[in-house]
Design a protein around this ligand. Structure first.
Ligand code: DX5
Ligand code: ZN
Length: 230
């Protein structure tokens, strides 16, 4: 398997927020593929993080795509703000939008890739009527709200089931939808997650927990990439 076929998306939730510009430059220099940007509103999830102003502030520091994961309710009003702030990918949780199809349309109208995020207990059936609207699906392997939680093992079966659906969609449409996994991804489980069918891996504590330097992050990202494909 070719290492370039997988994407590593460090989550800046575990970065040093007092030095965020430096931190995103360091992960780009260290070989990351995306910047994963976790937005929490103390309503949809019991935590509060960062918004469009912070996205705009880091935008000039990286050329990597910014992958905005919205854990907010409601969703729609934030989409134009994040698109203007330089987001490239916007995902949201279907439970948090009254009109999922409309929200997906809004993301693409604003020039971003669109995705749905499914919590551990949210069934894949929620994707049934919107696959043609999706550029990616993000499967949560922890309950959203905090970094540093343990990977929920039953996610592996869900990844396999989603892989089958996305492969069937690709045969019919010629379009490949990314399968991203978020939560508790580490060097010792990324191989199993990859084998189950994921192609894009969010890693917060596994990257930013490494010694704080280009070199530490490069080792952590390199190890994740290597262990994913072995
Ligand atoms: C959790 C966030 C994740 C989190 C992952 O709600 O969506 O992106 O930062 O952190 P780790 O990799 O430490 O589980
Ligand atoms: Zn996330």
């Amino acid at each position: 398997m070719d290492a370039s076929a997988i994407r590593i998306a460090p989550s800046i939730l575990s970065a040093d927020f007092a030095r965020l510009g430096e931190e995103v430059r360091a992960i780009e220099a260290a070989g990351a593929d995306l910047v994963h940007f976790d937005v929490m509103d103390n309503h949809y999830v019991p935590n509060l993080t960062i918004g469009p102003l912070v996205c705009e502030a880091i935008r000039p520091h990286v050329t990597l795509p910014i992958d905005v994961h919205l854990m907010v309710e409601p969703v729609d009003a934030l989409i134009p703000l994040f698109a203007r702030a330089g987001a490239n990918i916007i995902t949201f949780h279907p439970e948090a939008s009254r009109h999922v199809d409309r929200t997906l349309g809004l993301i693409r109208e604003h020039g971003c890739k669109a995705g749905l995020v499914l919590n551990p207990a949210t069934p894949l059936a929620l994707l049934d009527h919107v696959l043609d609207r999706l550029d990616l699906v993000l499967l949560m392997s922890v309950n959203p709200g905090f970094g540093g939680q343990a990977f929920i093992p039953s996610t592996l079966d869900k990844i396999r089931a989603l892989r089958r659906r996305l492969d069937a969609f690709e045969v019919g449409s010629g379009r490949r939808i990314w399968l991203e996994v978020d939560g508790g991804v580490k060097a010792d489980n990324i191989g199993a997650i990859r084998q189950a069918g994921a192609d894009t891996f969010v890693a917060g504590s596994a990257v930013f927990g490494a010694p704080d330097s280009d070199r530490g992050y490069r080792t952590a990202i390199g190890q994740l990439r290597a262990r994913a494909i072995e």
